[in-house]
Design a protein. Structure first.
Length: 358
């Protein structure tokens, strides 16, 4: 009887404690929900969290070490098929990365060609380089566009940074391009700043030389060299390169002028075959200035001719009157004035070139 009484008492006590804990929990939750962030229960929670945080961090580190150990064991005990699949997947990732990098570089090169096409207002066709000459004395490339695409001998070929050569032969679907660096090449050129003209030629050493430039022409390092269009061999106004060296700069006829090449043959992958181009805006403005000078020359000459005609009219008027001396003097004065006017129109070179005297 005593034993049963003790068991019933113990069960009752446990149930009473459980009920009390439930009631206390509900009360605490209610107080916690109603009090602000500065309440007593919130402060107690913050203090407990600060004490427990280091223990949680240590437990997390231990758990991570355990996970790494499990992963290492799984990798070490992986079967051959799983390892083979992982190697294959890794190879696929490497291949995809290589392809993506290749596409990126190709897009960058093509963007350079498109920029040139827009800058020079070029009508042409893009082509890929499919072959290169292996002879040192013959710098040529083969492209994958030919007569069927409108490519013809004599057309200018540009790389991403400027003129690289000229088409010298075609088939239906391919064309041969002689590069500027070829010793047999020659492009009529003009120095943009001084308008000095010459010929850009290739050489066996791979350098470009600006030759046949007047001895007194001003050429300095950094000057831009463009195609002049003389002879019709190259489209006018396209970039050839910049002057990188001028030897014997005193103006002697033996001076050498070295021009930087736009692209190396070994690096060319895409090119642009030029059908027609309006040239650079700077070259166009230079042409407009030249045309303006020609117009001034015309104005000056026309003024001179007008003066001569006025003189002739005056002479005829003086002869036709046959009146008193005053009328004759007036007629004589008219041709003199007209002659002076015509002389002023052709007085000096400034009138001939700019129409200033006129």
């Amino acid at each position: 009887m005593a034993l049963n009484f003790q068991q019933r008492t113990s069960t009752f006590v446990r149930r009473a404690l459980l009920g009390a804990l439930v009631v206390v929990s509900i009360v605490l939750l209610t107080v916690y929900a109603r009090e602000g962030d500065d309440g007593f229960l919130h402060q107690v929670q913050g203090a407990v969290s600060g004490v427990v945080a280091p223990i949680e961090m240590a437990g997390g580190a231990v758990a991570q070490v355990g996970d790494d150990a499990v992963t290492a064991v799984e990798d070490a005990t992986a079967d051959a098929s799983t390892l083979s699949e992982l190697r294959e997947y890794n190879a696929q990732l490497i291949e995809q990365y290589a392809q993506g990098e290749e596409y990126r570089q190709e897009a960058e090169r093509l963007r350079g060609l498109l920029d040139l096409k827009d800058a020079y207002k070029i009508d042409g066709v893009g082509a890929r380089v499919i072959g290169r000459s292996t002879q040192a004395w013959s710098q040529t490339i083969t492209i994958d566009k030919g007569a069927a695409a409108g490519v013809d001998s004599g057309q200018t070929v540009m790389g991403p940074t400027g003129v690289v050569g000229q088409v010298v032969g075609t088939t239906d679907n391919t064309a041969t391009v002689r590069l500027l660096s070829d010793p047999q090449s020659g492009a009529a050129a003009i120095v943009q700043s001084s308008r000095a003209e010459g010929i850009v030629r290739g050489s066996l050493d791979g350098l470009l030389y600006l030759e046949d430039v007047a001895a007194d022409a001003e050429v300095a390092v950094g000057d831009v060299v463009l195609t002049s269009g003389l002879g019709g061999s190259y489209t006018k106004g396209l970039l050839i390169g910049t002057v990188v060296k001028v030897s014997d700069a005193s103006g002697g006829v033996t001076r050498q002028i070295v021009v930087s090449a736009n692209d190396e043959a070994s690096l060319l992958e895409e090119v642009l075959v030029v059908f027609s181009a309006k040239g650079s805006s700077i070259a166009s403005s230079a042409d407009e200035d030249a045309n303006a000078s020609d117009a001034g020359a015309g104005d000056g000459t026309g003024a001179g001719e007008g003066g001569d005609e006025a003189g002739q009219d005056g002479a005829e008027g003086g002869d036709a009157t046959q009146a008193p001396d005053a009328a004759a003097d007036s007629g004589a004065a008219a041709p003199d004035a007209g002659a002076e006017s015509g002389t002023d129109g052709l007085a000096d070179d400034s009138g001939a070139y700019g129409g200033v005297a006129a």
